[in-house]
Structure formats: structure tokens, C-alpha cells
Design a protein around this ligand. Structure first.
Ligand SMILES: [Zn+2]
Length: 313
């Protein structure tokens, strides 16, 4: 599987490192070093998931604690190396894993653009603009009665993320917010962990117009492994992951597909998928279905590498 190196655009392992607490060696987490190496993962995005103020306190303080856990992970493990710019992706040796620090929910900014610039200095290279609810930037997808998109601050955040070479992530955002981001971002955007609504009609999934819009801006959709987002049926396995890959590729092209597992952020897993060590099972299934090796490589990492090259520079 050496030739099929994986980039996974979303996991919530930092939450476990802080709240459990645990380390990146812990076998109880979906994601640990051994499983990443076994699965051929070359770059893992690590999300600092902010969660609600009510439960976790100040969003910025919460985010900084998660970033502190991330920094401790890097300090204690020379096999995990941070990705800050495009050239760093080329320096990852065998038996090393690149780590890209992300923030899940723009509430971390607490309404201040200055905090975005500070987070960039701390190494954050992607921000998911919202989680499911309203924040100062935009509404999330669970604000069911709202038609609200980006606020004025939200538009400034998009412009500043473009200027800072940060990746804009639209997973979780309201539908109006999605279209506002498409209108205002100069760089390609991604939905780091979302699936196709046509196959599984969950609000967190993307409709056909959204998939086509992401394709038009040469963005990317990371396939989410959460069974609830893969299928409305009771049983869910690797075939459901493949169905979303096939459907989204059929609509928007193979160049917009990546993985966004959501490991350690989901309470159920598809059958036969227990963590990153099982990525080779998905690759094998694609090859059995006569996917071209070049297309499998695009899904596994090359599409993400294009985004990293275009946006991070
Ligand atoms: Zn999420």
C-alpha cells in the first residue's frame, strides 16, 4: 500500500487528548501513531473542536488548551511533524506523519479578527467557519429556521483567511452561509467532512448544487465515515463509503474527493472500519472495482495536496 499514501482531512483526537486525557499512543483512541502508520496515513489534520460555550467555557480559552495539547503531542513525538507550508509536505520521511492544525468553529475568534491572525501565528492552517450553531461569523446548519449567511465580520474573516493562506472549511455551515463563502472566497474551499445528501438525506450532507459549486472552484470534499451521514439504513460498511465517493465523483469529478474520516469525533463506525489502520481496505475495494491507480491516488492524497499547494503555498 506504500504507493497509496493517505491524507485525512478531519479527526477530533485533540478533544480526547485534552478531555480524557490521553496521549497519541493510546490504543483506545480511533487515531494513534501506530494505527496511522499501519494505515499509510501521511498527513493527518487535527481539529481543535470548540464546542458550546455553555459546556466548555470561553471558546478562545478552550481552543488554546487544545492547541497546547497539540503542541505537547508534537514535542513528545518526533515522528509527528507539523505542516505549516506547502514545502513541509515534501519533508515527511517514512515512518513520520505530517500534522496539520485546524480549528473547528469560528466562535474561537470571539468576534475579533485579530484572534484569527494570532491563531495563524500559532500554526492553525484551516478553520471550519461554524459548528452546527450560530456564531459571530455565520449560522451553522442546525439553525433550522434561519436563512442567515455570513455576517460582515464573516466576510472579513474570509478575506483575511485568503490573505493569510488559510484553508476555508464549509462543513457544518448553513446553506446561505455556504453560498456566501463561494461568492467571497478567492481561493478554493473545502468541506472537510461531509457527504452527499442525495444518498443520505441528513442536514449535515451537501446537496447536488453545493457539490457542483465546490467542483467549480476546484475545491474538495472529505468523505465522512460517520454511519449516520453515510446511510439512513441500519447497516453501514465500506460499500457505503464507496457509494458516496462514486456519487460525488460522478457529479463533480474525481478531483474533488478526499477523506475526512471524523475519527474520534463519532460514536459509531462503519463495519470493518475501526480507525486509520483500515484505510487500505477502502483502497483495496476501489481497486477491485477497477478504479484506476491514478484516480485512487487522487482520492487518497493528491487532491488534498493540490489544495495545500494552492492555498498554503
Ligand atoms: Zn464536525
Amino acid at each position: 500500500m506504500e504507493k497509496f499514501k493517505i491524507i485525512d482531512g478531519h479527526c477530533d483526537t485533540l478533544t480526547n487528548l485534552l478531555d480524557r486525557p490521553s496521549t497519541i499512543d493510546d490504543p483506545k483512541n480511533h487515531v494513534n501513531i501506530e494505527k496511522l502508520i499501519k494505515g499509510g496515513v501521511y498527513i493527518q489534520f487535527f481539529a481543535a473542536w470548540i464546542g458550546s460555550k455553555h459546556k466548555y467555557g470561553s471558546p478562545l480559552q478552550r481552543g488554546l488548551k487544545l492547541i497546547d495539547r497539540y503542541n505537547t503531542m508534537l514535542a513528545k513525538n518526533s515522528r509527528i511533524v507539523p505542516i505549516l507550508e506547502w514545502k513541509d509536505t515534501k519533508d515527511i520521511k517514512d515512518n513520520q506523519i505530517g500534522a496539520l492544525l485546524t480549528v473547528e468553529c469560528g466562535s474561537i475568534l470571539e468576534g475579533e479578527l485579530a484572534n484569527l491572525r494570532i491563531l495563524h501565528k500559532l500554526g492553525v492552517r484551516l478553520m471550519t467557519l461554524t459548528w452546527n450553531h450560530r456564531n459571530e461569523i455565520c449560522d451553522g446548519i442546525l439553525e433550522a429556521n434561519s436563512k442567515s449567511g455570513l455576517s460582515n465580520l464573516g466576510i472579513s474573516v474570509i478575506q483575511e483567511m485568503n490573505r493569510l493562506n488559510m484553508i476555508i472549511d464549509v462543513s457544518h455551515i448553513s446553506v446561505s452561509g455556504f453560498w456566501d463563502v463561494i461568492e467571497h472566497s478567492k481561493d478554493p474551499i473545502i468541506a472537510s467532512h461531509s457527504n452527499a445528501k442525495a444518498l443520505c438525506p441528513h442536514v449535515r450532507n451537501l446537496d447536488n448544487d453545493q457539490i457542483l459549486a465546490i467542483s467549480k472552484v476546484k475545491g474538495l470534499i472529505g468523505i465522512n465515515f460517520y454511519p449516520t451521514f453515510l446511510s439512513s439504513q441500519n447497516s453501514c460498511g465500506i460499500d457505503e463509503i464507496i457509494r458516496h465517493i462514486e456519487y460525488i465523483a460522478g457529479l463533480g469529478g474525481i478531483d474533488i474527493i478526499g477523506f475526512g474520516s471524523d475519527f474520534d469525533g463519532i460514536d459509531k463506525l462503519p463495519q470493518d472500519i475501526n480507525g486509520p489502520q483500515d484505510f487500505p481496505k477502502i483502497i483495496n475495494r476501489l481497486l477491485q472495482l477497477n478504479y484506476l491507480e491514478n484516480d485512487v491516488k487522487k482520492i487518497c492524497s493528491e487532491n488534498y495536496l493540490r489544495i495545500l499547494k494552492t492555498v498554503l503555498k
